[in-house]
Design a protein around this ligand. Structure first.
Ligand SMILES: Cc1ncc(COP(=O)(O)O)c(C=O)c1O
Length: 349
């Protein structure tokens, strides 16, 4: 009884009950903590599980959140729907404007400042040093598009880094899992709420994610190089109005990318001058790349954010965040870069 009592009341005891902790999930958390240079990490059943649990663990009715408007649509929907319903007020700012986060903070009331960099789907950046210098609220950065090898938000003073590990970290489109990393005391506090919220990672997904993490370096090196090459090629194409990729000199925040990113990421976006009709033709004709909405996996995936990942946004929100009719998002896979460029050459012709 003494032993069972000790296990039942210890923080994150992994020999008590699966929702409290699990040794395979714990191994995955330790890997992510090490990759992010964090004291500790905690895994969840999905990226949204990580986001919802973290927000509800740290905020109460009457609190205030400052968030970038450049966010994955699910995160935005969570902040604007359930959070508003629970009396948590959210102020959206343009995360690319210097000083925007700090000037929206209400001292004593703002509990979280949340950013996503690079952002889904237009690869816009937030300044990590600026976020890290905000004192008072917890600063949370969704670093999914960068992976832990692309940037380390905690090294800039940010409190929590968050990933949909479903994407690049697990990397094989066969796991749905999220993770946060930061100081142990903060992670323990989120766990204390999270064990009641129940959005825990499954050991099977954690196993797949651990397997994926072993090859993160070689995968992201290849995918990033292909993204850079495809981006440079698309910039020269007459059907393409604009390419969004932090590794391109034409990206408005390329200098910031050089300062805070070690890899520019495995995803790019571009705008077809022919708008929605041109995107339809591209999606019909692409052969090697697949039409699907995830990212960070071995297959190159192409999607039209306006009708898929960001379909829940109002037309005004889509306009505000640059989700245009002609915008295409591409997640580069592990194929030969020449084959991918040949595929786009054929499809865009
Ligand atoms: C940047 C970002 N954060 C969070 C999520 C949510 O992750 P999940 O699908 O694992 O819940 C996504 C999903 O696309 C995403 O792109």
């Amino acid at each position: 009884m003494d032993d069972a009592h000790r296990r039942a009341t210890r923080l994150r005891a992994d020999e008590f009950y699966g929702r409290y902790a699990n040794p395979t999930v714990r191994s995955f958390e330790e890997v992510v903590a090490e990759l992010e240079g964090a004291e500790d990490a905690m895994a969840f059943g999905s990226g949204m599980g990580a986001i919802a649990t973290t927000v509800l663990a740290l905020c109460s009715a009457g609190d205030h959140i400052v968030a970038a408007k450049q966010l994955y649509a699910g995160t935005l929907a969570f902040l604007q729907g359930p959070c508003a319903r629970f009396g948590i007020e959210v102020t959206l700012v343009d995360g690319t404007t210097p000083g925007a986060f700090a000037s929206a903070v209400q001292p004593g009331r703002t509990t979280i400042v949340m950013a996503e960099t690079p952002s889904n789907p237009r690869l816009e950046l937030c300044d990590l040093d600026e976020l890290g210098s905000i004192m008072g609220p917890f600063t949370v950065v969704d670093s999914t598009f960068a992976t832990p090898l692309g940037q380390q938000p905690l090294a800039h003073g940010v409190d929590l880094v968050l990933h949909s590990a479903t994407k690049g970290i697990a990397g094989h489109n066969d796991a749905t899992i999220g993770v946060i990393a930061g100081e142990k005391e903060l992670i323990d506090a989120i766990w204390a709420y999270g064990v009641l919220h129940g959005a825990m990672a499954s050991p099977f997904d954690a196993l797949n994610a651990l397997r994926g993490a072993r090859t993160l370096g070689v995968r992201t090196a290849h995918q990033t190089a292909t993204a850079q090459r495809l981006g440079e090629w698309l910039e020269q194409h007459p059907a393409v109005a604009r390419v969004h990729y932090p590794g391109l000199a034409s990206h408005p925040q390329h200098d910031l990318a050089k300062r805070q990113m070690r890899q520019y990421g495995t995803v790019l976006a571009f705008e077809l001058a022919g708008g929605r009709d041109a995107v339809g033709l591209l999606l019909d004709r692409i052969q090697l790349a697949r039409r699907a909405t995830s990212l960070g996996g071995p297959e190159t995936l192409v999607c039209h954010p306006m009708t898929t990942t960001h379909a829940s946004l109002t037309p005004q929100e889509q306009a505000d965040t640059g989700v245009t009719e002609g915008l295409v998002r591409v997640s580069l896979g592990l194929e030969d870069p020449g084959d991918i460029i040949a595929d786009f050459t054929r499809a865009l012709a």
